[in-house]
Write a protein that binds this ligand. Sequence first.
Ligand SMILES: CC(C)(COP(=O)(O)OP(=O)(O)OC[C@H]1O[C@@H](n2cnc3c(N)ncnc32)[C@H](O)[C@@H]1OP(=O)(O)O)[C@@H](O)C(=O)NCCC(=O)NCCS
Length: 172
Amino acid sequence: MSIRPATADDLAAIMAIERASFPSDAWSEAMMAGELASPHGSYLVVEEAGRVIGYGGVRAVRGAADADIQTIALDAAERGTGRGRMLLAALLECARNAGARTVFLEVRDDNPVAQGLYRREGFIETGRRPRYYQPDDVDAIIMQLDLVGWDAARREAAGNEPTAVASGGVCT
Ligand SMILES: CC(C)(COP(=O)(O)OP(=O)(O)OC[C@H]1O[C@@H](n2cnc3c(N)ncnc32)[C@H](O)[C@@H]1OP(=O)(O)O)[C@@H](O)C(=O)NCCC(=O)NCCS
């Protein structure tokens, strides 16, 4: 498995996973293409034997204190073996590299797996947007992570060595 920056050539593979993962509210191809091209964050893909099996994006404007996890998804057949967590950690490192101190995200109330992923990484629930996801009529849970504390704990666990992402390379 490897994690690398997403490029425009990954658009078709990303959209296939996007449409299968979010049947009622998938992004359009044009919106995804715009996100991949944006200089204000990092989009990464997970590759397994040369095949894109997942992707995720973080909006992190250089110098801004706040960043946002925009999306994350793995091919359904590839879930549940720790790769989502690795991808999320890589996105968080990219946000930290860009100077962010806090990361925000929104997650559907009816998505306990994603909530588990975020809580496992240290995100806490700070609010709710009732009936935010339409037409499904599902609440959004707002979560946030203290990225400075997350980064310090991660570095300590790694013996104060910069991690692969923090030392450069993967983040766009
Ligand atoms: C959410 C998603 C990216 C997680 O990736 P993943 O590779 O399946 O998750 P991981 O194997 O890395 O597991 C990380 C954590 O997620 C949670 N999790 C994963 N699979 C789970 C399951 N079947 N049931 C409950 N919790 C689960 C757990 O908290 C897990 O931590 P743990 O292993 O220490 O218990 C993936 O399931 C996915 O693509 N889902 C569909 C798209 C989606 O919902 N995206 C999020 C939108 S906000």
